[in-house]
Design a binder for this molecule. Structure first.
Ligand code: GCV
Length: 729
């Protein structure tokens, strides 16, 4: 890859009123009080130095940049590249100073330790943090590793300088850790500046122009690097007319963002229209097999790389919800994706091709068509036909980011294809950043899920790629390619707290951390986020602060699930808006999202025996598990089965009583959250406290609305009273 020598722009946001999220100045206090040497060259090493220098200026330490041949000076912390280690010192130390030879010995010991442990190479982004004598040493093979090592030390705080600090070697599980912004350049008349947008406007675009808030974008890049993200797509996958031009005459706008994100190791990707050759290129067709179309993409892509040499690649939503695609030309999605892959290949770029393809104009009367089947039906037959630089990007569930869905069967169906799994950090269907809903427990469950049964490869393994064949079955596949990684829709906007709800910041942080290490426990990630964001060490009651945040957030996703649509049935939200209850809102529409409630029962029969046959898309054992009413996990019961209200669950309760009980419980849990949050007045920043209080008030109102509408609806349908005699309206 070509080398960039851009000016590092590390902004100082301290004076602005944007919330610092998980990087308040205090998060770098432990580093800032130390004497630090930074050895190495390149943009990312510049960034490490600038970060340390800024912290040192604030907290009284020092930051010295050295070249490998420069003499060492006394230091408590050293950042160095394994291939350019600073020269060993043997001179006598200056009187009164600690010995630079001590630093040199620590570096040598760190290197020897790596060798002895057999953990080299560290790779493109990996790093080691070790402590020898009084010196902490961060080693990496490449500059990106030093940057991630810096942020690991930020997480460690003082313990990174304690005698008991164990050596650690960290590498990301996923090579690509990506956020997709659904930001529009023009304000869309229905969807707004950001598709629905739960955190204000876009940090990149405003009213048709680049927003040019450099400090904000730099601060964002910094936050993302600190949790491990390394790729960002800067515009909505629904590519409208203006946005289509980012690829051509508006490319400078993208390059400006690339310049701001690059110092933090983040590559820019662009969502493009499949019809670009027609809509911006003036060709009569966008047919992927047409030589003129291929030439147009090749030429256009070469211009992109001439302007942005480290450009990441294209992201495409094709033949989906009105976006153009290869179907218009009688071609399939492998033809479409390979066209763009071919143009990107000479530059090392990738195309993220979304598998979110379904018929959004289906006839609700036709009970044989099942939207859940669509991605598999379209993509599984194409396995093995995609070029190596195509990444098929699959939503984690077969429908659309509902609070509960099974894992998409596509993830197990394409062993010959690089797959990325897509999550939704933005809370479209999980409370729109008005509700507390910590999503890491949900994502963690998905990432640990074993599509071929346990023990075996997990969803995380498929996304990470590699040659692990632990699944043991022929279908487990995998090869030795890098996987497609993880992708999520960003939840950030120009809101002063970034995410509207300040506690929704934790979801963004957690997504990055789970990309880096899918094995992390969600509670551990939350602890990291709390410690960085709230600095409990300076709080009058750190234990109360930490415990209360856990009590509010740990189980908040399940609380949300309890007071909304029951037992995995999904989509009882207001159409279009996707916030608040509307039980039949989608029931008689073309969108393919139905619950089929009648006077006797509810749920979608997706079995092979009597339903849509969707269960047949899963390999064993899940095929049998989901097919069977007795074995289907109950939280997914209504996703897979249509059952009478009197169906008895394993708890002994009936479905109807379960619906009533969970809805009463969910609201009670929100009431408890509100009380707990009140205890934190005086323990957190008053502006954060006020914003969360305001959001909790709305959450409680909305949760009661959900409870009352769902309970009333099912009471009226079924005629069955609540066993506990509570009001059902
Ligand atoms: C960007 C859902 C959302 C749409 C979104 C789409 C997608 O349908 O409601 O707003 O469009 O998913 O993921 O492409």
């Amino acid at each position: 890859m070509r080398r960039h020598r851009h000016q590092v722009r590390v902004s100082t946001l301290d004076s602005s009123d944007v919330h610092p999220a998980w990087l308040p100045p205090e998060a770098l206090r432990a580093i800032g009080t130390r004497r630090t040497l930074v050895c190495g060259e390149g943009t990312l090493v510049d960034t490490v130095h600038a970060e340390v220098e800024r912290a040192a200026n604030r907290y009284g330490g020092s930051a010295r940049r050295i070249a490998p041949e420069t003499g060492l000076s006394p230091a408590d912390l050293v950042f160095a590249l394994t291939r350019e280690l600073p020269a060993t010192q043997s001179d006598d130390p200056p009187p009164g100073e600690s010995d630079p030879a001590v630093v040199s010995a620590a570096i040598d010991a760190a290197k020897a330790e790596l060798g002895a442990a057999g953990v080299e190479p560290l790779g493109a982004e990996g790093f080691a943090v070790t402590r020898h004598g009084e010196v902490t040493v961060v080693l990496a093979d490449a500059p990106a590793g030093l940057l991630y090592g810096l942020f690991e030390l930020v997480r460690l705080g003082e313990s990174g300088f304690g005698p008991a600090m164990p050596a650690r070697v960290c590498r990301p599980a996923m090579a690509r850790r990506m956020l997709d912004h659904w930001d529009n350049v023009d304000v869309h008349p229905v969807m707004g500046q950001v598709e629905r947008g739960y955190a204000g406007g876009s940090i990149f675009w405003r009213d048709g122009r680049p927003r040019r808030d450099q400090a904000r974008v730099t601060a964002y890049a910094r936050l993302l690097a600190a949790c491990g993200i390394n790729a960002v797509s800067v515009n909505n996958v629904n590519v409208h007319a203006t946005e289509a031009r980012l690829l051509t005459e508006r490319l400078d706008d993208v390059a400006e963002l690339a310049d701001l994100l690059r110092p933090y190791g983040i590559r820019v990707h662009l969502a493009v229209s499949f019809a670009a050759p027609v809509v911006v290129g003036g060709l009569p067709t966008a047919d992927p097999l047409d030589p003129a179309v291929r030439g147009w993409w090749a030429e256009t892509t070469s211009r992109v790389y001439a302007r942005i040499p480290d450009f990441g690649g294209y992201l495409v939503k094709a033949d989906s919800e009105g976006q153009p695609g290869p179907f218009s030309y009688g071609r399939d999605h492998a033809d479409g994706a390979n066209l763009l892959a071919e143009a990107l290949a000479p530059y090392g770029g990738v195309v993220h091709w979304r598998a979110f393809v379904y018929n959004h104009r289906q006839d609700w009367r036709d009970r044989s068509t099942d939207r859940a089947r669509a991605a598999y039906d379209h993509f599984a037959p194409l396995d093995g036909r995609f070029k190596d630089n195509v990444i098929v990007q699959v939503k984690h569930g077969p429908m659309d980011f509902q609070p509960r869905e099974p894992v998409s069967p596509v993830i197990a169906a394409m062993p010959g294809t690089r797959l990325a799994v897509e999550f939704q950090v933005t809370q479209e269907y999980t409370g729109q950043q008005k509700h507390v809903c910590y999503l890491a427990p949900w994502w963690s469950e998905i990432l640990r899920f074993a599509p071929w049964g346990e023990p075996g490869r997990t969803v995380a393994d498929v996304a990470a790629g590699g040659s692990d064949q632990a699944g043991g079955s022929d279908q487990a596949g995998g090869g030795d390619r890098t996987g497609g990684g993880l992708v999520a829709v960003s939840n950030v906007g120009d809101d002063r707290f970034w995410t509207g709800h300040p506690l929704a910041q934790a979801n963004l942080y957690a997504f990055g951390r789970l990309c880096w290490d899918p094995g992390l426990r969600p509670q551990t990630v939350l602890d990291e986020w709390i410690d960085l964001t709230f600095d409990p060490a300076t709080s009058p009651d750190p234990e109360l602060l930490r415990r209360t945040l856990h009590e509010i957030m740990d189980d908040s996703w399940r609380t949300y699930e309890r007071y909304t649509a029951p037992l995995g049935v999904g989509f009882m939200v207001r159409p279009g808006q996707h916030y608040g209850p509307d039980v039949d809102g989608y029931e008689y529409t073309p969108w393919g999202t139905y619950h089929f409630a009648d006077r006797d029962g509810v749920g979608v029969d997706r079995t092979r025996a009597t339903g849509t046959g969707f269960t047949g898309q899963y390999p064993s054992p899940w095929l049998q598990v989901y097919e069977s009413l007795d074995h289907c996990p109950e939280e997914l019961l209504l996703f897979f089965h249509h059952v009478p209200y009197t169906h008895v669950l394993r708890s002994g309760s009936t479905v109807i009583q379960h619906i009533y009980d969970t809805h009463f419980d969910g609201v009670r849990e929100v009431e408890a959250m509100c009380r707990r949050w009140e205890w934190l007045a005086g323990l957190v920043d008053p502006t954060v406290h006020a914003r969360v209080t305001e959001r909790l008030t709305e959450q409680l109102r909305c949760a009661r609305e959900w409870r009352d509408q769902i309970n009333a609806y099912f009471h009226r349908k079924s005629g069955i009273p609540d066993a506990h005699g509570r009001p059902l309206h």
